[in-house]
Design a protein around this ligand. Structure first.
Ligand SMILES: Cc1cc2nc3c(=O)[nH]c(=O)nc-3n(C[C@H](O)[C@H](O)[C@H](O)COP(=O)(O)O)c2cc1C
Length: 220
């Protein structure tokens, strides 16, 4: 896939085929993602790749927590209210993604079912958790963000799909416990990873972007 086409066509995937991803494919993907830039080449990302029985075990734990409305406790506290313009984009995103599967504002139960799909990794055979050392700062979170975008674009170029999921990172203690990861590691983000199922209803949704005039200022 040509690079600019890949950047233009990458999108979050929220429905996957159960087809397992070969180990060599995963190795290639993470090797390429590690070409990301990082401050002073510190490469702060620590990646847990969860498949097979462990994936099913962890999904059940997370689904039980989420469906019983257990309060979330992100390692990095969730943001509060955004500035008005950002809140408006978020509102439109929510409206459009539910409209794409035929749900309106009042379909609270169906919306909750759709939310819970996060904790089943949208059917993906692979869940990826990105940790970094707890002593690190926002500078390293920035580096992890670059790594995750490179990962998402590389996966797309390889015929795979990803969905980044802050929702899943709301239960970091359960994830660390299940994977045997010590609590000196901060969970930054998780991703579902697999072969996209383009017939899945949630994949009908395509997000939009603001035009350049809204966010670019040229100074001559
Ligand atoms: C940090 C972060 C957290 C996200 N968390 C979730 C999530 O929990 N569930 C979900 O369905 N999508 C999640 N997304 C995906 C965003 O909704 C998506 O990137 C955005 O709407 C733009 O759409 P696109 O990725 O298809 O271009 C997250 C994205 C980012 C960058």
């Amino acid at each position: 896939m040509e690079m600019l086409e890949g950047i233009a066509t990458r999108r979050s995937i929220r429905g996957f085929k159960p087809t397992p991803i070969p180990r060599e494919t995963l190795d290639k993907l993470f090797h390429l993602a590690s070409r990301s830039a990082s401050y002073k080449n510190t490469q702060p990302w620590e990646v847990a790749v969860v498949t097979g029985k462990k994936r099913d075990e962890l999904s059940k734990i997370l689904y039980d927590l989420a469906s019983s409305k257990t309060p979330q406790n992100h390692d990095e506290p969730a943001p509060g209210l955004y500035p008005d313009a950002h809140e408006e984009r978020s509102r439109i995103h929510n409206k459009n993604r539910f409209a794409a599967i035929g749900l309106g504002r009042d379909d609270a139960q169906a919306r909750e079912q759709a939310r819970l799909l996060n904790f089943q990794f949208f059917g993906a055979p692979c869940a990826v958790f990105i940790f970094m050392d707890k002593t690190l700062t926002h500078w390293s979170t920035f580096d992890v963000g670059l790594f995750v975008e490179t990962l998402a674009l590389t996966a797309h170029a390889m015929g795979l799909g990803t969905c980044q999921q802050a929702s899943v990172t709301g239960y970091p203690d359960a994830i660390r416990k299940c994977l045997g990861i010590t609590d000196d590691k901060k969970l930054v983000i998780s991703l579902s990873l697999g072969y996209p199922d383009f017939d899945a209803p949630l994949n009908a949704y395509h997000s939009t972007r603001e035009p350049n005039e809204k966010f670019v200022t040229y100074y001559d």
